[in-house]
Write a protein that binds this ligand. Structure first.
Ligand code: F6P
Length: 373
């Protein structure tokens, strides 16, 4: 009997998803004679049993296309909005998996998807995941697909902002995505030659940032580019968050857990708009006019880079081979030029942040970039 596999893409879309679907599908069908179906819109499609048959025709011509031909959503199996209610729909998904006589379900996604995939594994399904996200924050893999493309887009944006910042003698604050990790802002900031780079892993002091800008002015460069990760925070914000997280860890009963959770949510909600506030503060502190550019979803759109197509194809075809060998319950991680199956338990619930002694951090400091600390 040929094996049957299902594929879904979940979480934020990311360049390279179609290349990965194609890599899995073409290898599974062409090399191992498997049958392949896709579920639309992530875990919601699995719950609602909305499928797309994947064959050599539907897998053709998608390598270079951005987004995902399957559609995606941020729905979670155990907390799915259904009508006016939020319900645990995991068992419905398990039934649909069996209804299609699947041997394996492949979930392509970031950190949240790895957790949801583990939940389905714990319900007895055969699951394999691939690491995708522009944030590059999935644990246990060298890199995620989508990151390289977003890095190029953000770098090009910083390049373009340079000439206008220079011409108008302004501070341009540019907000880069990355969720709570600084990979994208740090990488693009270094590659684009930002004067200041602020990332969540290194809480900043606004006075230190202002002084870096003023120092540049004193040396004749009366413009500055400040690359800010969307999760970057001041030292005070970081302290308050660390305390709230500690309270959540210490919370014993349901009520205090809920209170700590609400406290954390309130802090993250206060953090919204912080890049705009930073731009305003820098204007006041330096006397230079400032402007804010939020790159936002531009960084996720469009054609994947060559590196992302290559990575996604490599991980996707390796995934088909692992299924053929009967391996499941793992994420197909990128390791050097090869791949490594990593048990989902070792991936789920972890986030890969920028280590403070990472070579990128060292390189940024070495060329005189202010990191706000
Ligand atoms: O995880 C990818 C990402 O683009 C993050 O960088 C960003 O914080 C988030 O998704 C935005 O999510 P949404 O598309 O749901 O607004």
């Amino acid at each position: 009997m040929p094996k049957s596999i299902g594929i879904l893409t979940a979480g934020g879309d990311s360049p390279g998803l179609n290349a990965a679907i194609r890599g899995i599908g073409k290898a599974a069908i062409g090399r191992y004679d498997m049958q392949v179906i896709g579920f639309r819109d992530g875990f919601r499609g699995l719950m609602e049993n909305r499928i797309l048959r994947l064959d050599s025709r539907s897998l053709s011509g998608i390598l270079t296309v951005g987004g995902t031909i399957l559609g995606t959503s941020r729905d979670k199996p155990h907390r799915m909005p259904v009508g006016n209610r939020v319900m645990d729909m995991t068992d419905v998904m398990v039934d649909n998996y069996h209804r299609h006589h699947l041997d394996v379900l492949v979930c392509l996604g970031g950190g949240g998807t790895q957790k949801n995939a583990l939940r389905l594994k714990q319900k007895g399904l055969n699951i394999i995941t691939l690491p995708k996200t522009i944030d590059n924050d999935v644990a246990m893999t060298d890199v995620t697909f989508g990151f390289d493309t977003a890095l190029s887009i953000a770098t090009e944006a910083i390049d373009r902002l340079h000439s206008t910042a220079h011409s108008h003698h302004r501070i341009i604050v540019v907000e880069v995505m990355g969720h709570r990790a600084g990979w994208l802002a740090l990488g693009a900031g270094i590659a684009g030659g930002a004067d200041v780079i602020l990332i969540p892993e290194i809480p900043y002091d606004v006075e230190i940032v202002a002084e870096a800008v003023r120092r540049r002015s004193r040396h004749g460069s009366n413009f500055s580019i400040v690359a800010v990760a969307e999760g970057a925070m001041t030292k005070e914000e970081a302290k308050a968050l660390a305390e709230a997280e500690e309270q959540r860890r210490q919370a014993k009963d349901k009520a205090s857990k809920q209170k700590a959770k609400e406290q954390l949510e309130a802090l993250w909600s206060q953090h919204k708009g912080s890049t705009l506030r930073l731009a305003q503060q820098l204007e006041e502190l330096t006397g230079l006019e400032s402007r804010l550019t939020i790159l936002g979803h531009l960084q996720r759109g469009g054609t994947p880079s060559a590196a992302d197509r290559l990575l996604a194809t490599r991980l996707g075809s390796a995934c088909a081979e692992l299924i053929h060998q009967g391996v499941c319950g793992v994420m197909v991680a990128a390791r050097g030029d090869g791949v490594e199956p990593v048990p989902l338990e070792e991936v789920a619930g972890k986030r890969k942040l920028v280590p403070l002694d990472h070579p990128w951090v060292e390189a940024a400091r070495a060329v005189g970039t202010c990191l706000g600390d």
